[in-house]
Design a protein around this ligand. Structure first.
Ligand SMILES: [Zn+2]
Ligand SMILES: [Zn+2]
Length: 376
């Protein structure tokens, strides 16, 4: 972004970067000039890349497996497009370069540090996009009004017994079978305690116990990720899952410490902002470039923190390199590949959303003659 007329600041809690572009077209007092936020996340994942690309990550155990490098580059592209048009903008644009999306709540930290007031007054609308390496055809934008991505939480369970010799389990308190029972009972709980129309996912992703086959360990621990689409469902999982683990432990004469930690809230698109985004995609790229998603997805996003506070919309952009997106490795896979030829359209969309949104009091009153973004 060097050479662009932006007010750039960096965070202290994280490695965040915030840039503000001042539009020059309005003579209105500052308090009446709208502010739009565009967001790109920047972080990688603890995955060792196996794509074989010549530009593969050179760092063992660090890979842009979720395509956030495209988001960063795309947001720089949007900043360049908008900086070139600053004299026509009737308000200001905040560019939110965010670290720590993958479970570190980077958005939450940036909000605490004031990103939503970075222009000196509150942001009125916020937009972001996410590339996908599979499922979605290349170049297709997709989203939906309302719930788009799940709320997430973590469940950590420590089952405490008393270790001993593997040959005489009756003289120990073996935590292992009880912990296994909990893993299975959690799945039964999802089907027996939740309405099938109230989706809940619980996946146990770690399970650790023991050191040798003939030693009964003192403890077994496991961790699960939880996804749900309403605060009520999440609260119910918390109550039921914690009790289930504690009571199964008690039934075997053991003790369990179950900790439930809320992570990201539901990512929900404002209905009017979604419709505005969809109409913008169709108008500048063509009808066939936008697809309304039938269902939300069970992934989570900390852009939800922004959308909780500011009306806005988040959209997926297909960036698969495969002929058949259905069989392509998914985001987070060590084989995930993203086609950066979609970058220009991603950047153009973000820029155009800002131009149009700044140019009207609300999406409903949008000016039809507002300018179309130049392709970068
Ligand atoms: Zn991810
Ligand atoms: Zn991601």
């Amino acid at each position: 972004m060097a050479g662009l007329d932006l007010e750039v600041s960096t965070g202290t809690a994280t490695t965040s970067v915030t840039a503000v572009l001042r539009g020059g077209a309005s003579t209105a007092p500052d308090s009446e000039r709208p502010v739009v936020l565009l967001r790109g996340d920047m972080d990688a994942l603890p995955v060792t890349e196996r794509t074989g690309e010549e530009f593969s990550s050179r760092h063992e155990g660090v890979m842009h497996a979720c395509g956030h490098d495209l988001h960063t580059a795309g947001l720089v592209g949007a900043a360049r497009l908008l900086a070139a048009r600053a004299p026509e903008l009737t308000g200001d644009v905040v560019f939110m370069f965010q670290p720590g999306e993958e479970g570190h709540d980077g958005a939450g930290h940036m909000i605490e540090e004031g990103v939503l007031e970075a222009a000196g007054r509150p942001v009125e609308a916020a937009y972001g996009l996410h590339v996908t390496s599979s499922k979605q055809p290349k170049g297709l934008f997709s989203a939906r009004p309302g719930p788009l991505m799940a709320a997430s939480a973590g469940l950590s369970v420590r089952v405490i017994g008393a270790g001993g010799h593997g040959s005489s389990p009756h003289r120990s308190l073996d935590p292992m079978p009880a912990a296994c029972e909990m893993v299975l009972a959690l799945q039964t709980m999802v089907t027996r305690r939740f309405d099938v129309f109230e989706p809940v996912v619980i996946t146990v992703g770690t399970f650790h116990a023991g050191t040798r086959r003939n030693v009964i360990p003192d403890e077994a621990t496991f961790e699960a990720t939880v996804r749900a689409f309403t605060p009520d469902a999440l609260a119910q999982v918390q109550e039921l899952a914690v009790r289930l683990c504690e009571d199964i432990a008690a039934a075997h004469g053991l003790r369990a410490e179950a900790t439930f930690t809320g992570e990201y809230p539901l990512t929900a698109n404002d209905a009017a902002e979604h419709d505005f985004l969809a109409a913008t995609v169709r108008e500048i790229f063509g009808e066939d470039r936008y697809e309304l998603m039938e269902n939300p997805i069970t992934g989570s996003e900390d852009f939800s923190r922004v959308l909780e506070r500011v009306p806005g919309a988040f959209v997926f952009l297909g960036a698969t390199v495969a002929d058949d997106p259905e069989t392509a490795p998914t985001n987070h896979s060590p084989l995930a590949q993203f086609d950066d030829s979609v970058l220009a359209d991603g950047a153009a969309l973000l820029a155009e959303l800002a131009v149009r949104r700044l140019g009207s009091a609300s999406p409903a009153q949008q000016q039809p003659e507002s300018a179309v973004a130049a392709t970068p």
